[in-house]
Design a protein around this ligand. Structure first.
Ligand code: PLP
Length: 397
């Protein structure tokens, strides 16, 4: 029997596909350098793991409230107020199985079939698929390289139609590492208000900012937006907890209720033990986080310096997240040992096969001619990987 149309329309995650190819090569004995992964290489801090073990010991192994335990929702409310200047009540918070799940819930409850959702390009791979799964139409909004691919009101204005329902904004950004300033968010926020559009603000990388840059939530910058906004965050990236699967959404009460109702029929509560761990992450010592950010920062600077030295590559200095996003268009249209390099996808293939470096081609994010390198690897591995890329590119003619 045929699969449902919904299933036929889903494209598999290209980042995960590349990751599995790189891992398969590594298993077969190749010395692969994997710049493809989107998760911190650090271990989850000890006190967080201990909190989870204690939760098991005291029998916290049963269903919890669908939208999360009260203590965790209260900790999230406190965090949003103190760190982001966002005022929510626990009833407006829904804890889910990762920020990805929170985004899915958000789109499911606000998007009707045919509604258009603006997605600044390059965009995180799952936005497009999740919009389609909600019956919506993803509308890529190109932005200029000179503005670090951050959209401006004039870019959004060009993309809006009578069917536009929402914008998904991601700052700090995956894949570019760009961080929107308060002023940039203010003009976009005011425009959203004027146009009556919803915003889903994906703030999962908020803790990973460098060079004195600051993360601002668009909803804190333009508080009048709160009635039409969903703020998404989680513990995966900030606390090296990708496997624990805890994310959350804060939203207007009816939207939060709808997300919780939806979740009640799909997953029920996120894992009780992981919720205990997330509570410890949010309320416990933040020192491990600071050490992780400092290590990311050293790699970011070193990686960026090294990439800059490769002829044919242009890379702006990323301000946040853990990605370098070089423009490789200077290498395209050439060839390596007779093998043509017409696209960044071909370059990525060549890098993986010939020098065993896995990097995600920009095609995956709607931005051909670029590549995403995650620096969630040690400094030595980062240096060696970029050296290999430089070596191959030096032989391109
Ligand atoms: N949003 C962005 C932009 C991401 O890059 C990711 C993870 O890669 C997520 C959301 C999902 O995070 P989580 O692991 O909490 O589901």
């Amino acid at each position: 029997m045929e699969l449902a149309e919904r299933a036929l329309r889903i494209s598999p995650s290209p980042t995960l596909a590349l990751d599995s190819k790189a891992k398969a090569m590594a298993r077969a004995g190749a010395k692969v350098i994997n710049f493809g992964v989107g998760e911190p290489d650090f271990d989850t801090p000890e006190h967080i793991k201990t909190a989870a073990m204690r939760a098991i010991e005291r029998g916290m192994t049963k269903y919890t409230a669908v939208a999360g335990i009260e203590e965790l929702k209260e900790a999230i409310v406190t965090k949003l107020a103190q760190e982001n200047g966002l005022l929510y009540s626990p009833a407006q918070v829904v804890v889910s199985c990762g920020a990805k799940h929170s985004l899915y819930n958000a789109l499911q409850v606000i998007i009707n079939p045919g509604d258009e959702v603006l997605m600044p390009v390059p965009y995180w791979v799952s936005y497009e698929e999740q919009i389609k799964l909600a019956g919506g139409v993803p509308v890529p909004v190109p932005a200029s390289r000179e503005n670090n691919y951050k959209v401006r009101v004039e870019d959004l204005e060009r993309a809006i139609t009578g069917r536009t329902k929402a914008l998904i904004l991601n700052s700090p950004n995956n894949p570019t590492g760009a961080v929107y300033s308060r002023e940039e968010l203010e003009s976009i926020g005011k425009w959203l208000l004027e146009r009556g559009l919803a915003v889903i603000s994906d703030e999962i990388y908020e803790k990973l900012v460098y060079d004195g840059n600051q993360h601002h939530s668009i909803v804190a910058v333009v508080p009048e937006l709160s009635g039409q906004a969903i703020v998404i965050n989680g513990v995966s990236k900030a606390y090296a907890m990708t496997g624990w699967r805890i994310g959350y959404a804060a939203a207007p009460l009816p939207w939060a209720k709808a997300m919780a109702d939806l979740q009640s029929h799909c997953t029920s509560n996120p894992t009780s033990i992981a919720q205990a761990a997330a509570l410890a992450a949010l309320t416990g010592p933040q020192q491990p986080l600071q050490e992780m950010v400092a290590a990311f920062d050293r790699r970011r600077q070193r990686g960026w310096e090294l990439l800059q030295q490769i002829p044919g590559i242009y890379c702006s200095r990323p301000a946040g997240a853990f990605y370098l996003f070089p423009d490789v268009s200077g290498v395209l249209g050439k060839s390596w040992q007779g093998r043509p390099i017409e696209s960044s996808a071909q370059l990525a293939e060549l890098l993986l096969e010939e020098v065993q470096v896995a990097a995600v081609p920009g095609e995956a994010f709607g931005q051909p001619g670029t590549m995403r390198l995650s620096y969630a690897v040690s400094l030595e591995v980062l240096e060696e990987g970029i050296r290999r890329i430089g070596q191959l590119i030096s032989e391109v003619k």
